[in-house]
Design a protein around this ligand. Structure first.
Ligand code: PRP
Ligand code: URA
Length: 209
């Protein structure tokens, strides 16, 4: 799985275990996801393009490193993507933000689009799509197709849990997109849920069911 990076930090793993517990409240689940997303964002942005600028410190002139190029774009795959977006945006507050509303048809497991609004000029931006769950890979494949049609060239995907089936689909459909996750779980069950997983991320975040 060359396209996959597993971010195996002890704090992330500890918080993820709390999230998986079925007794964890929505309030606590949201807080944990926000905390984890800060740590994941740190890794996914590790190799952002840099340049140097000339600045004056109080003591002398210095050629200082700074982020290069246009502000990056964060694309939240609604609705659960917003649970990751909040933390990543705290770390990168100047990022541009787009939304792609998708839900999985419960029978076919195919994504259905219901909303989209993304920054207009994606071609020169690093685009980070966020969604906590990579299950069959249908939703993120659809999202990446959409972003490529809008001109995006450098696309990364950040999730919390990934199933091997979904990672393979991404490798086949979008080998250029690097996938970052906190855990590669075992497999999908017969209705497309990740095992051991954490259940329905959107429902757990927002207390619906
Ligand atoms: C969940 C999740 C992903 C999708 C993953 O969303 O947040 O978007 O399922 O499944 P896939 O890899 O098989 O496509 P869901 O459709 O439940 O919508 P929600 O975020 O509104 O709850
Ligand atoms: N979407 C979720 O929210 N959870 C899963 O386990 C699979 C898809």
């Amino acid at each position: 799985m060359e396209n996959l990076t597993i971010i195996n930090h002890p704090l992330i793993q500890h918080k993820l275990t709390e999230m998986r517990k079925k007794t964890t409240s929505s309030n606590h689940f949201r807080t944990l996801l926000k905390e984890i997303s800060l740590l994941l964002a740190y890794e996914i942005t590790r190799n952002l393009p840099m340049e140097t600028i000339s600045i004056e410190t109080p003591l002398e002139r210095y050629e200082a490193p700074t982020l290069a190029g246009k502000k990056l774009a964060l694309i939240s795959i609604l609705r659960a993507g917003n649970g990751l977006l909040d933390g990543v945006l705290d770390l990168i507050p100047s990022a541009r933000v787009g939304f792609l509303g998708l839900y999985r048809n419960e029978k076919t497991l195919q994504p259905v689009e219901y909303y989209s609004k993304v920054p207009g000029d994606l071609s020169n931006r690093v685009c980070i799509a966020v969604d906590p769950m990579l299950a069959t890979g249908g939703s993120v494949s659809f999202a990446v197709d959409y972003l490529k049609k809008k001109g995006a060239k450098d696309i990364r995907f950040l999730c919390l849990l990934a199933a091997p089936e979904g990672v393979e689909v991404m490798q086949k459909n979008h080998p250029d997109v690097k996938v970052f996750t906190a855990s590669l779980d075992r497999s999908l069950n017969d209705i497309g849920y990740i095992l051991p997983g954490l259940g329905d991320a959107g429902d757990r975040l927002y207390g619906t069911k």
